[in-house]
Every structure is written in structure tokens, then in C-alpha cells.
Design a protein around this ligand. Sequence first.
Ligand code: SF4
Length: 210
Amino acid sequence: MDPNVRDARRKLAAECIRHLRDNGFTADYYETAEDALNDLKQQIPAGSSIGFGGSETLKETGIIGWLTGNPDYTVFDRYHTDDMRKVFLQSLTADCYLMSTNALTVDGHLYNVDNTGNRVAALCYGPGQVFVIAGTNKLVRNIEEAVIRNEDIAAPANNIRLNRPNPCAQLGHCVHCSTPATLCNQFVVTKRSMPEGRIQILLINEDLGY
Ligand code: SF4
């Protein structure tokens, strides 16, 4: 990343973290994904059960690689199962849940759009602790910009990645379809962490996921 962009993002991240903390989230800043992963390893006690949402960020940060086959934890692994529903349900009762977010507003809220809703369900209720890992590329000013970010960046890229026959995969932007194959079924704004501190944000100054 260009050093000036990096510095601007660092300043924006500091403002975001201030507001996240005001809103009851735990929030910390990391210069690199490696720093965040090392901290996460310290924070999740051995013996914990862990579920996670589908996420390119979790792959790019090395978190999925760390958890795959890890004997120190009970991992509900959505990427290695022939019974996805069972894994999703187990994940809702896990000690910890790991995910990214479609957008993170500088005024301290999360915005997520889901297909089946398993990820936003875990974000809202169930797992004891939720860790949200996000690059500073996910920062937007407010929920209005979060919606646009999802429609212009995250959702089209996800539709292309998953080879979905939806218009955004062809056009590169959302046209608010309502096809049976749409990935956009659940829209969740997380205004505050409830209980306080349950949702913990690890904000990394890198471009991660989309
Ligand atoms: S609503 Fe339809 S067109 Fe819009 S992002 Fe979702 S799948 Fe794509």
C-alpha cells in the first residue's frame, strides 16, 4: 500500500476505533495481518470451540489455515464438512465465532449482508465471543456508504467468486435483483455490542477480502 494512503487509513482507523469503543465493542488496531493473527492466538484459550463465517479475509490473514485441523480447539469447520447445516448450528453455540464484515463505519457500526443468515445470526446472538477481523479497505463513513460499498464491491465480487447467475456478476454492480439465486437475503446493522465487549474488532491496516 502507498505509504500516504497507509497513513491516512491509520488515522481513519483510530477514529473508527474510538467510536467502536464508545458503542460497546472491543476494538484494536494492527499494522499487519500477522500481528492480528498472533494476538488472536493469544486471546482464544486452548480447549475453546470455534466457529467461523465464510470469509476471504479469514483465508488471507492465515486464520483458516491456523484453525484447519488444529488439535488445540474444537473447530466447527464449514470448509471441511458434508453436513453444512450441522456445522452452522454447532457454530451458534461455540465459545468463539470468527468472521469479517462487509463494511465498518467510521462512526462505529457494522454492516453485513448474508445469504442463508448463519453468519449474521452468530454475530447477533449465540457464540460467547465474536471476533470480527477486517482490513481498513472495509472502512466507510456511515451506513449509507456501507450499503453502497456492498452493492458496488463486496456483493458483485462474491457473486463472481461463487459463479452465481445474478445480474451483478455480469454488470459489476447491484441492480437490486430478487432472483432465487440472490446472495442478498439478510441485511444487518450492528449498532452496538450487546453485551458490551462481546463483539471484538481486529482492524488491520491492509487490504483484506472484499
Ligand atoms: S441483490 Fe442481486 S444484483 Fe444486488 S448484489 Fe445481491 S445478488 Fe447481486
